[in-house]
Design a protein around this ligand. Structure first.
Ligand SMILES: C[S@@+](CC[C@H](N)C(=O)[O-])C[C@H]1O[C@@H](n2cnc3c(N)ncnc32)[C@H](O)[C@@H]1O
Length: 220
């Protein structure tokens, strides 16, 4: 019997099934390439942080171990359970099973930092997500996210191909929203953010795509 996903959350249940042991969490990683790009320092010194789309959760674990109170929200039941198992010994870290927009509508806490590394910001319509993030960031709070550098010309909502994820057995269409640094800046400004930085961290392999890294703040 096929176990093909019928929803985006089920699609993400099949993300990296081979990862059975918890990954290292010795550095905050924006790029997915060990040692490449900046680390946690671009987040400043928050007391609280919200991770949108943590999957295995190593960035959330890294921050929690350094004393930040972290909530990490993922709509994949499998990813959430796996992360809870990996990091059960880390204090101040809560893995929550919820869709990000629904969570942001219902949970009224204000966060010093909201971030997403190749996570739900890449896979959610920014016109739905950004106003909700703006409502749940503390005044002066920082929003930061990364995703793979887009292929030139492939901007806005793009269909994610079926072969990208190991273990997938379906052609369910899942979208990812990718933009140039300038397009992200314009979108963020429209939703009330300022102090925006957006640039590509190059991949050390010149033939491979880099990582687009964006930061923005709410007015204090
Ligand atoms: C490519 S993984 C990124 C994992 C991790 N942040 C990293 O850096 O490796 C994307 C994750 O975002 C989650 N996700 C995507 N859209 C979401 C949404 N709307 N709400 C909550 N989680 C979402 C998926 O379930 C998946 O775990």
């Amino acid at each position: 019997m096929s176990s093909a996903p019928t929803t985006p959350a089920e699609y993400w249940d099949k993300y990296r099934p081979a990862v059975q042991e918890r990954p290292a969490a010795d550095r905050f990683d924006w790029t997915g390439l060990p040692g490449v790009g900046p680390g946690h320092e671009i987040l400043g010194t928050p007391k609280t942080a919200l991770d949108l789309g943590p999957a295995e959760g190593e960035n959330a674990a890294f921050l929690a171990r350094s004393g930040v109170e972290v909530a990490a929200v993922d709509f994949s039941a499998v990813q959430t359970e796996r992360a809870r198992g990996f990091w059960a010994d880390v204090p101040n870290l809560d893995f929550i099973h919820a869709e990000a927009c629904v969570f942001l509508d219902q949970d009224v806490r204000l966060w010093d930092v909201v971030y997403s590394t190749w996570g739900c910001v890449w896979f959610t319509d920014p016109d739905e997500l950004f106003p909700r993030i703006a409502r749940r960031l503390a005044p002066g709070g920082l929003f930061a996210f990364s995703h793979r550098e887009p292929i030139p010309g492939q901007y806005g909502a793009q269909e994610m191909g079926g072969k990208w994820l190991e273990g997938r057995e379906t052609e369910l269409t899942v979208y990812r929203w990718q933009h140039t640094p300038e397009q992200w800046s314009d979108l963020l400004k429209r939703h009330g953010f300022g102090d925006i930085t957006a640039s590509v961290v190059p991949n050390p392999d010149p033939k491979a795509l880099g990582t687009l890294l964006v930061t923005a703040k709410l007015p204090a």
